[in-house]
Design a binder for this molecule. Structure first.
Ligand code: PLP
Length: 379
């Protein structure tokens, strides 16, 4: 699919600018139509849809597996990212004195499950500090923090406030050499960054629907490598752990062997199938095409604003380019708070994050959106 066709899949609002796609992105036309389709069928046919909707959920599993490069049997669905993170953090079997390494920039839904798992087990949560000025997350700093007690390295593929990305390939390689479990929160990244995490040997990944995957809020995923599926006990138990919702209760039955044993019984069918529709759109357009367009728009905005504003680039020292921008005023003519007010007055969705204003373009954004932001931030 051509980039122009991808863009046509999004509603061109006459006055609203969506530049907070690292927060919540609008959904694609296909996702909207899929939601409407299932809502209509549930309205008209009720449980007669049973077989069809289960097949549609399976189709999403297959599409997501394609995007990640894993097997569909390694995927479990949740209503949010943290559902999947809790499954791993609470069931990995941390014990006293184990160490878990994370960055100081990680999002709360990623941090808290690991924090709670450490508190429960008396394991140590070691928070690695980013560079104070540049917010850079230097891979060597993470690697140097590894000790014989390090059990888990858990990091966000792309940090939510600044777009900081460490050289994750280097960290994964170092962790693998020492048999350390690697967990990646891919919420910021999947859909806009080509996914090499699985090929690199990451043990588990979790993320959700409503940012770069341009789908409704309410679908999350966990991907757990096949070799771990028999080791990790389900954190939640349901009919789906052992079979289907139609199976009679049976005290002797054994858990399923694929990752769906971690899911709750009933599924968020509308959200999951809409997610599948948007993933197919992304696969058809190709992630690199989307990333290039997002970076082109980012560059255009930075060029237009550079006289009066500073765009933080935590990835300057490495080869990564993130679609997330964090912008601060250069002089004293305006402040971050005033920037936010100006953007609000021009209906530009943004977020106050870290040191400045976070803006994040997806490939559906337009040059018109850039003009609107420049107009809003004119000094
Ligand atoms: C890195 C990261 N992880 C996770 C989430 C969301 O977590 P949850 O789906 O549990 O609300 C976000 C933002 O919403 C995020 O930026």
């Amino acid at each position: 699919m051509k980039l122009t066709q991808f863009k046509e899949q999004f509603y061109q609002h006459p006055s609203l600018v969506h530049a907070n796609n690292a927060g919540l992105a609008p959904i694609s036309l296909r996702a909207k139509e899929t939601t409407e389709y299932w809502a209509r069928r549930f309205f008209e046919e009720g449980f007669h849809t049973d077989h069809d909707y289960m097949k549609a959920v399976l189709d999403t599993r297959i599409s997501l597996a394609k995007l990640i490069g894993c097997e569909a049997a390694e995927i479990a669905f949740y209503p949010s990212t943290s559902g999947g993170i809790n499954q791993i953090a609470m069931q990995i079997g941390l014990v006293e004195d184990d160490e878990v390494l994370m960055w100081d920039q990680d999002y709360s839904s990623h941090l808290y499950p690991w924090q709670q798992a450490c508190l429960k087990s008396k394991a140590k949560l070691k928070i690695i500090e980013s560079d104070e000025k540049t917010w850079a997350t230097d891979a060597d700093k993470m690697i140097q923090a590894i000790t014989p007690k390090t059990r888990v390295i858990a990091f966000s593929w792309m940090q939510y406030q600044t777009g900081a990305m460490m050289d994750y390939k280097k960290v994964i390689q170092a962790a693998k050499a020492k048999n350390i479990f690697v967990f990646v929160d891919s919420m910021q990244g999947l859909g806009i960054l080509p996914c090499d995490l699985w090929d690199l040997g990451v043990d588990a990944i979790a993320g959700g629907s409503h940012k770069w995957l341009v789908s409704p809020v309410g679908a999350g995923y966990l991907v757990l490598r096949k070799k771990w599926l028999s080791t990790f006990k389900p954190h939640n138990y349901s009919s789906a752990t052992f079979g289907t919702c139609d199976d009679p209760s049976d005290f002797e039955c054994l858990p399923k062997t694929d990752a769906s044993k971690y899911e709750s019984g009933s599924k968020s069918v509308l959200e999951i199938t809409a997610l599948g529709a948007s993933i197919d759109l992304i696969l058809e357009t190709q992630v690199t095409t989307l990333l290039n367009e997002s970076l082109r728009l980012k560059k255009l905005l930075v060029q237009n604003l550079e006289k009066n504003y500073f765009c933080l680039d935590p990835n300057q020292a490495n080869s990564f380019t993130s679609p997330i921008m964090n912008i601060q005023p250069l002089g004293t003519q305006t402040s971050v708070l005033q920037m936010s007010e100006k953007l609000k007055n021009h209906s530009v969705l943004h977020a106050k994050r870290g040191p400045g204003i976070r803006l994040a373009f997806h490939a559906f954004n337009s040059e018109n959106d850039i003009d609107r932001i420049c107009e809003a931030l004119k000094i």
